[in-house]
Design a protein around this ligand. Structure first.
Ligand SMILES: Cc1cc2nc3c(=O)[nH]c(=O)nc-3n(C[C@H](O)[C@H](O)[C@H](O)COP(=O)(O)OP(=O)(O)OC[C@H]3O[C@@H](n4cnc5c(N)ncnc54)[C@H](O)[C@@H]3O)c2cc1C
Length: 197
């Protein structure tokens, strides 16, 4: 399927696992949960990953910033499960700061967030060898009043899912995918694994 087609056929089941605004662009207008998808508000997040040659001299692996600051979350990337040891740190800006600086250049954002990292931690940070600055447009959904695992239309056998249905973390993505699988497994004459993947 494509934005030009604005329709879909030839599938047992269609699973659309992308942010709701992008799903709405892609899907035809007659899906039953257009209003619900349009109502999901997502905030953006400027994110910087900085890698230095030597260790950042901090005794902790992560910092959730509770005071007024451009930064919301700072994490030593190598401390995450399954990640190899490295001197990479990830800095994530708040939704408010990201919105206010949405049109800023990546270079300007990187400088501002790295400066704030140094200010907050009061550490003598080593020189950064490599930095990647990303504007993550659809980063976090506002929590729904009634959390929904995924959107499912039994008539068209269409599922729209993603972390934004539950919580903007990997656990939310997993649980939303599991909810989608639950619907598919309950279909009469459900598609076999061989035709699903
Ligand atoms: C920098 C960063 C750090 C993070 N750190 C953590 C962490 O430490 N712990 C944690 O739990 N979570 C973390 N997250 C959040 C985690 O990555 C997300 O919760 C998770 O990836 C969401 O999975 P998803 O499958 O719902 O969506 P996504 O992973 O966003 O997948 C959606 C995919 O759809 C694609 N797509 C969009 N539109 C279209 C289209 N029209 N056609 C085709 N493809 C399309 C996108 O390119 C993307 O690949 C982090 C996210 C970022 C950006």
């Amino acid at each position: 399927m494509s934005t030009e087609q604005q329709g879909f056929d030839g599938f047992d089941v269609l699973i659309v696992a992308i942010p709701p605004a992008q799903a709405l662009d892609l899907l035809p207008d007659d899906i039953p949960f257009t209003t619900e998808l349009a109502a999901v508000k997502m905030s953006s997040c400027w994110t910087v990953m900085g890698i230095s040659d030597s260790e950042v001299p901090l005794e902790y692996d992560a910092l959730r910033v509770m005071r007024d600051s451009p930064l919301a979350w700072i994490a030593r990337d190598g401390s995450k499960p399954g990640k190899s040891e490295s001197n990479a740190w990830v800095l994530q800006a708040t939704a408010a700061w990201s919105a206010d600086h949405f049109e800023e250049s990546p270079d300007t954002v990187r400088e501002a967030l790295m400066d704030e990292f140094a200010r907050l931690t009061a550490a003598k940070l080593p020189a950064v060898r490599f930095a990647d600055t990303q504007r993550w447009k659809y980063a976090l959904a506002q929590p729904a009043e009634i959390p929904i695992g995924c959107y499912w239309d039994a008539a068209q056998q269409l599922c729209v899912c993603g972390d934004w249905c539950i919580d903007g973390k990997i656990e939310g993505a997993f649980l939303s995918g599991a909810a989608a699988a639950g619907h598919i497994l309950r279909i009469d004459n459900q598609p076999q694994a061989a035709t699903l993947f």
